[in-house]
Design a binder for this molecule. Structure first.
Ligand SMILES: Cc1ncc(COP(=O)(O)O)c(C=O)c1O
Length: 462
C-alpha cells in the first residue's frame, strides 16, 4: 500500500486531473452491510479499482479549484503513523499532547503571534472561526452567554464582516444561536476590501438602535479574490468601540512572512484571535486547521469543564495539566499534530515560505498572461494566490459570456486538463483559480491559458 501510494504521488502529473465516475461505480458502492469477512487483498483491490482512480484531484499539479491544498508524501506517512498510534489528543500525560502544544507554538511563531496565546488544532478554518467567535461572544457578553445563553439579552449581539467574507462566518453566527441577521455584511470597495467608513457608520447606527456590537471579523485573504481587508484600520476601529477583533486568515494568514504581504498582514499580531488552515497553503493532508486566541484565559473560560469522569491525578496517564477539551467543543480528538510536526521538521519552514511565494508568483504570472491575451479578461485584481478571469468576445451579452465560460470550466475538468472553480463577481461569472499547490509549475499556468483560449475558440468560432 505504501509503495503504491508513493508511486501514485510520484507519477500524478501523468494522470488526468479528474475523471468522471463510471455508471457502474455507483452500483459498486451501494452494497449491503458486510457481515462476513473478506480477504484484505481483495478489499484493497476494490479500493484500487473503484475508489483510487476517482479522487477530487487536488493532489494533481493543475488542480486550482476552491481553496484546496495538495498534501505531501510525508504528510500521508505521518497520517499512517498517527492512525497506528491512535492517540486521543484530548487530555492526559502522553506524547501526542506535547506534540500538539509544540505545533501550536510554531503556529504562533509563523504568524508572529504572542507565545502566551492559547490555541487548538481544528478540523479546518470553519471550525477554527466558530471556536474563535464563541470565545468572542462569551468574553464580550461578560461571561453570561455560557450561563444564561442569549435568551435574556435586552440588546441583540451583532458582529461585522465584509460582504466578501466566507460563508462559515454566517454559519458560525447561526450555530451560536445569534441568527444570520446578526451578521452585518459591510459592502466592499473596488478592491473587494471592506469599506471601513460604512463599517463605522453601521456600528454607530447599531449602537443608537439598541444593538450590542461585539466583534469585527477581518479577512486576511477573501475566498473569492484573495483580497486582504485593511486589517490595521479594522484593529483601530475595534479598539475605538471596544470590540473583539478576529481575523479569518484561512489561507492568507500564511503569507504573513512573505515580503510581498508582510505589511498588509502585520495587524494579525494584534488581533484577539485568528483562524487559519494548514491543509490549504501549508500543503498538509486533510484535515487540519488552527485557531489562536491572544487571551488564553478568555479562551479557556468558554469551554472549561471538570466532570468527575475526567478527574486529573498526580501521576500516570491521567496526570498532565493541559486538556484540549477545555479549549474547544470537541472532547475526543485525533493526532492531527503529527503530520504538521513531521512535515515542518522534514521540509523546514523556509521551504514552505518559498512555495507560498512561488504560488503568489504563479498567480501574478497568470494575471499578466490573461491581461496580455486578446480573448481573456481579468475580472478582479489578483490577490495572494487567487486569479479570477474569463474568456470573452466583443459584442457578447453577459448571459452568453456566462454560458461560454461555464462550458469551458466543465470541459477543462472533463478532459482532465485542469480543475478550476467559478464564482460570481458583481454578477459576472468568473473562472477562479486558487493556487495552494506545491506541485504546480509555471508551465502548468501556460497549459491552462492555452486550454482556455483553445476551448473558447472551439466552442465559439468567430
Ligand atoms: C477565507 C476562508 N475562510 C474559511 C474557509 C473555510 O475553511 P475550511 O474549508 O477549512 O473549513 C475557507 C475555505 O476555503 C476560506 O477560504
Amino acid at each position: 500500500m505504501v509503495d503504491d501510494m508513493l508511486d501514485l504521488l510520484q507519477n500524478i502529473r501523468k494522470e488526468p486531473v479528474w475523471r468522471p465516475l463510471p455508471e457502474e461505480h455507483y452500483k459498486r458502492l451501494d452494497e449491503d452491510l458486510p457481515y462476513r469477512p473478506k480477504d484484505p487483498g481483495a478489499v484493497y483491490d476494490e479500493f484500487k479499482n473503484h475508489i483510487l482512480p476517482y479522487p477530487t484531484g487536488n493532489i494533481h499539479p493543475r488542480f486550482w479549484g476552491w481553496v484546496m491544498g495538495s498534501g505531501t508524501p510525508m504528510g500521508a506517512l505521518a497520517e499512517m503513523l498517527a492512525a497506528a498510534m491512535n492517540s486521543n489528543v484530548c487530555l492526559g500525560e502522553h506524547a501526542a499532547m506535547q506534540v500538539e502544544l509544540q505545533v501550536l507554538k510554531w503556529c504562533k511563531q509563523l504568524l508572529d503571534y504572542p507565545d502566551s496565546a492559547s490555541g487548538l488544532l481544528t478540523s479546518g478554518a470553519s471550525m477554527a472561526n466558530l471556536t474563535a467567535l464563541l470565545v468572542a461572544l462569551h468574553h464580550e457578553s461578560g461571561g453570561r452567554s455560557r450561563t444564561q445563553g442569549l435568551q435574556q439579552r435586552s440588546r441583540p449581539m451583532v458582529l461585522y464582516c465584509s460582504a466578501e467574507s466566507h460563508g462559515c462566518i454566517q454559519r458560525a453566527a447561526e450555530t451560536m444561536g445569534l441568527g444570520a441577521s446578526s451578521v452585518r455584511k459591510i459592502p466592499v470597495g473596488s478592491q473587494y476590501r471592506i469599506r471601513t467608513d460604512l463599517l463605522e457608520q453601521t456600528i454607530q447606527t447599531d449602537l443608537a438602535g439598541g444593538f450590542f456590537p461585539f466583534c469585527i471579523v477581518g479577512n486576511a485573504g477573501t475566498v473569492n479574490t484573495g483580497a486582504i481587508d485593511p486589517l490595521g484600520e479594522l484593529l483601530t476601529i475595534s479598539r475605538k468601540y471596544g470590540l473583539w477583533f478576529h481575523i479569518d486568515g484561512a489561507f492568507g494568514a500564511l503569507a504573513k512572512k512573505t515580503p510581498e504581504y508582510e505589511d498588509d498582514l502585520r495587524a494579525i499580531e494584534q488581533a484577539d484571535s485568528v483562524a487559519f488552515d494548514l491543509h490549504k497553503w501549508m500543503y498538509m493532508p486533510y484535515e487540519v486547521g488552527c485557531v489562536l486566541v491572544r487571551d488564553a484565559d478568555a479562551h479557556r473560560k468558554v469551554f472549561e469543564q471538570a466532570p468527575h469522569y475526567l478527574l486529573r491525578h498526580e501521576r500516570g496517564v491521567s496526570a498532565g495539566e493541559h486538556s484540549f477539551g477545555n479549549y474547544g467543543v470537541e472532547l475526543s480528538r485525533g493526532f492531527k499534530a503529527l503530520k504538521v510536526w513531521m512535515s515542518m521538521k522534514t521540509h523546514g519552514v523556509f521551504a514552505y515560505l518559498a512555495l507560498i511565494r512561488q504560488n503568489i508568483a504563479q498567480a501574478r504570472y497568470l494575471a499578466t498572461r490573461v491581461q496580455q491575451h486578446p480573448d481573456l479578461e481579468l475580472l478582479a485584481p489578483a490577490g495572494l494566490n487567487i486569479v479570477c478571469f474569463r474568456y470573452t468576445r466583443p459584442g457578447r451579452t453577459e448571459d452568453e459570456l456566462r454560458a461560454m465560460n461555464r462550458e469551458i470550466l466543465m470541459q477543462l475538468q472533463e478532459e482532465g486538463t485542469a480543475t478550476v472553480s467559478a464564482t460570481l463577481l458583481q454578477g459576472r461569472y468568473a473562472l477562479r483559480i486558487a493556487i495552494s499547490n506545491h506541485r504546480t509549475r509555471m508551465e502548468d499556468i501556460d497549459i491552462l491559458v492555452e486550454a482556455v483560449a483553445r476551448l473558447g475558440a472551439e466552442f465559439f468560432p468567430v
